[in-house]
Design a protein around this ligand. Structure first.
Ligand code: TYM
Length: 349
């Protein structure tokens, strides 16, 4: 592998994050909670971003759909502003070290510790024990491996991932504590979660008590970026608010209105207090109609760009191949240290 990170890149702190290709279209929560930060961080950090297809198969996937959705996810990331010259964009299964380190970390994790992961508890409760795979149970540990392979300093994610980052820190410290005796440098960097408070949790438009999610009970609360903008505009216009009329940011008393203000503020780069001033004396209808327009204006070119990337699958695949090569160079180095420190006999080549 010829790639050597440039000295400039090495001087920057490193970030890593991933997104599942399960739903086809990203939703607004994915974009505002995570992807938007990824785009900004590629300017200041040595950034690694991936489409996590290994994680996707923890629930049943149709093979043709998974393949299409993986390319679709990469196309959306590029359309959102990731630049392969500024960051490393790759597909998780192209880098075998993820599964390899995942196994080692599985063997360091307590069964009870893994059982306490709330995302697993929620998902497995919904699916029932017989339909829940062991892969779903060990999902967070594969995520731990994803992060530790790259020696990431920070992991830009939404609030729902916080517990997985805490597990990552715990396991990294456990490994270092157990295996680093006398070593010149620790095996793993201990990463921090990078969670932007304002957009850490974007809520369902119909039920502002729960996060926006692809598994929403009603599709009316979920804004998919690749849906017809007219359909999404309708969802904004029928968003659930409250019986009051004042447009004010107050997550306790007015979760629905506050969610709309957060989305509006982030998409336009306007401060929330400025929006409150602008909408003083106006009704919820005006806010919703304007937000529908703001969203449509933002999403229309996004959808066009996504389609352009999809129309050129050869270029897309070559971006991902280059990304995988860069990623593997880093991942292989970490895995070699891990295998050595764990006590595996080196393979003769
Ligand atoms: P995933 O694919 O479910 O979601 C991708 C990102 O979107 C964020 N997100 C939200 N943010 C705010 N409000 C919402 N309503 C909302 N819904 C989703 C998620 O927090 C996430 O950052 N386990 C991860 C994927 C993963 C990963 C990793 C992440 C695998 N390996 C290593 C970081 C580092 C997941 O399922 O994300």
């Amino acid at each position: 592998m010829a790639f050597e990170p440039s000295p400039v890149a090495r001087q920057r702190p490193r970030v890593l994050s991933g997104i599942q290709p399960t739903a086809g279209s990203f939703h607004l929560g994915n974009y505002l909670g995570a992807v938007r930060q990824w785009v900004a961080l590629q300017e200041t950090h040595d950034a690694f971003y991936m489409v996590v297809d290994l994680h996707a198969i923890t629930v049943p996937q149709d093979p043709a759909e998974l393949r299409a959705n993986t390319r679709l996810a990469a196309a959306q990331l590029l359309a959102a502003g990731l630049d392969p010259e500024r960051c490393t964009l790759f597909v998780q299964s192209h880098v075998p070290e993820h599964a390899q380190l995942g196994w080692v970390m599985n063997c360091l994790t307590g069964f009870g510790e893994a059982s306490r992961m709330t995302q697993f508890k929620d998902k497995s409760a919904k699916q029932g024990a017989d339909r829940t795979t062991v892969g779903l149970f060990t999902y967070p540990i594969l995520q731990v491996a994803d992060i530790l392979l790259y020696q990431a300093d920070a992991v830009p994610v939404g609030e729902d991932q916080r517990q997985h980052i805490e597990l990552t820190r715990d396991l990294a410290e456990r490994f270092n504590g157990r295996f680093d005796q006398g070593a010149a440098r620790p095996t793993f960097t201990i990463p921090d979660a990078y969670i932007v408070r304002e957009t850490a949790k974007i809520y369902d438009l119909q039920d502002p008590a729960v996060k926006m999610s692809k598994s929403a009970s009603s599709p009316k609360g979920l804004v998919n970026l690749l849906d017809e903008p007219k359909a999404s505009a309708k969802k904004f216009k029928s968003a659930v608010t409250d019986t009051d009329t004042v447009i004010r940011y107050d997550t306790e008393a007015k979760p629905g209105v506050s969610n709309l203000l957060t989305i509006y503020a982030t998409l336009t780069g306007t401060a929330v207090p400025e929006l409150e001033r602008r909408y003083e004396g106006k009704g919820y209808g005006a806010l919703k109609t304007d937000l529908a327009e703001v969203f449509t204006e933002w999403v229309t070119p996004f959808r066009q760009r996504t389609q352009e990337y999809l129309d050129d699958p050869e270029s897309l695949d070559s971006v991902l191949a280059k990304g995988a090569e860069k990623a593997r160079a880093v991942a292989a180095e970490t895995l070699a240290t891990v295998y050595d420190r764990v006590g595996f006999v080196p393979a003769k080549h």
